[in-house]
Design a protein around this ligand. Structure first.
Ligand code: ATP
Ligand code: MG
Ligand code: FE
Length: 344
């Protein structure tokens, strides 16, 4: 089926078009620059930016895919989780389009959309898979037995998201927003073993209740304390070493838990998604540890890892192909939509 996907859960306005598992268009407009001076995404600014960006993005996507609105078989939209006001813009636009064109509408889960991105890779995608989704707003470990019918939440962050930790640590090192790419760049010349920063929720006592959960706020505080101590002592802060050691701590805990989930559940596959997947060390360690453990590592191209409309369209297309009925138009934006609810 020819499906249009609309994504507005955070700061990316994404409009994508797919035909089944074939990517036809993936237009992304980000309001990231507008949030830079605040050091994080400001919900009201994101919502307003979606309002301005959506129609141009739609026009561009249709042109890129060389199709018209009337050719579409269905529309898919992210209904949650995410920022309420931001989600509402996409949901309202999708409903208006569906009603005026008389097309079926599929309201889908943003996180499952990240998992769905993999079907656009052009390769056969197999389930079950463990999925590690790491972005500015999420750090979730999922067991996906079937993309359209069976997603289990194994664990998630109990405080900051991984990307948020990168952004906050970058800020305290005096690096600009978004911090992830900055830390990555600076860390390249640092020693990852220079400072042993804590690995959150990795003690034996955490292994019962929090085996697959993450915590990054303690790590952020540890970095802050270390930098403070160095400054107080009049020492020059070795920014490259701090960045490399911090990046190593985040990477280590992410991959340790993801690989443990694969082993525990007997799942020989790991899929990565979210903006933090851009991190060079995360990719490197994922490749090393998966190879050592006999796990197939799947990483979609970065344009499909960060928030985008194509992954939402792809999930919509998969729902249609497996015979799911469209969503009832009474659905609304749900900022806390659980990951187990694949279609609202
Ligand atoms: P959501 O959480 O809803 O998916 P988001 O906008 O936070 O939304 P993305 O746009 O996928 O998610 O990711 C942005 C995050 O990824 C930011 O926190 C950014 O710092 C982080 N990031 C980007 N590049 C890197 C990198 N090379 N290393 C580490 N983190 C990175
Ligand atoms: Mg973003
Ligand atoms: Fe996302």
């Amino acid at each position: 089926p020819l499906v249009l996907g609309i994504e507005t859960s955070c700061d990316e306005t994404g409009v994508g078009i797919v035909r089944g598992t074939t990517l036809l268009a993936n237009v992304i407009a980000s309001s990231m620059d507008e949030h830079a001076r605040y050091g994080g995404v400001v919900p009201e600014i994101a919502a307003r930016a979606h309002l301005e960006a959506l129609t141009p993005a739609l026009t561009a996507a249709l042109a890129e895919a060389k199709v018209s609105l009337h050719d579409l078989d269905a529309i898919a939209v992210t209904s949650g989780p995410g920022l309420s006001g931001a989600l509402m813009v996409g949901v309202a636009a999708a409903k208006a389009l569906a009603l005026s064109l008389g097309k079926p509408l599929y309201a889908v889960n943003h996180l499952v959309g990240h998992v769905g991105a993999d079907v656009l890779s052009g390769e056969d995608v197999e389930y079950p898979t463990i999925a590690l989704l790491v972005s500015g707003g999420h750090t979730s470990l999922l067991l996906v037995r079937d993309l359209v019918s069976d997603v289990e939440l194994l664990g998630e962050t109990i405080d900051d998201a991984a990307g948020e930790a990168f952004d906050k640590v970058a800020r305290l090192l005096g690096l600009p927003y978004p911090g992830g790419p900055q830390i990555d760049r600076v860390a390249a010349t640092g020693d990852p073993a220079a400072i042993r920063f804590p690995r959150g929720l990795s003690q034996p006592k955490d292994m019962d209740r929090h085996r697959y959960d993450f915590s990054f706020s303690g790590l952020k505080t540890a970095v802050a304390r270390w930098v403070e101590r160095a400054r107080d002592a009049g020492e020059e802060v070795p920014i490259a070493d701090v960045a490399a050691s911090f990046r190593e701590a985040v990477t280590d805990v992410l991959l340790t838990k993801a690989v443990a989930a694969c082993r525990d559940r007997g799942v020989p596959r790991l899929l990565l998604g979210g903006g933090v997947v851009a991190n060079a060390r995360v990719r490197e360690v994922a490749a090393e540890r998966c190879a050592a453990a006999g796990i197939e590592l799947r990483i979609p191209p970065l344009s499909l890892c960060t928030d985008n409309g194509a992954m939402i369209a792809a999930l919509g297309a998969q729902l249609i192909e497996s015979g799911h009925a469209p969503s009832d138009l009474s659905f609304g934006a749900d900022s806390t939509l659980p990951v187990t609810v694949i279609q609202a």
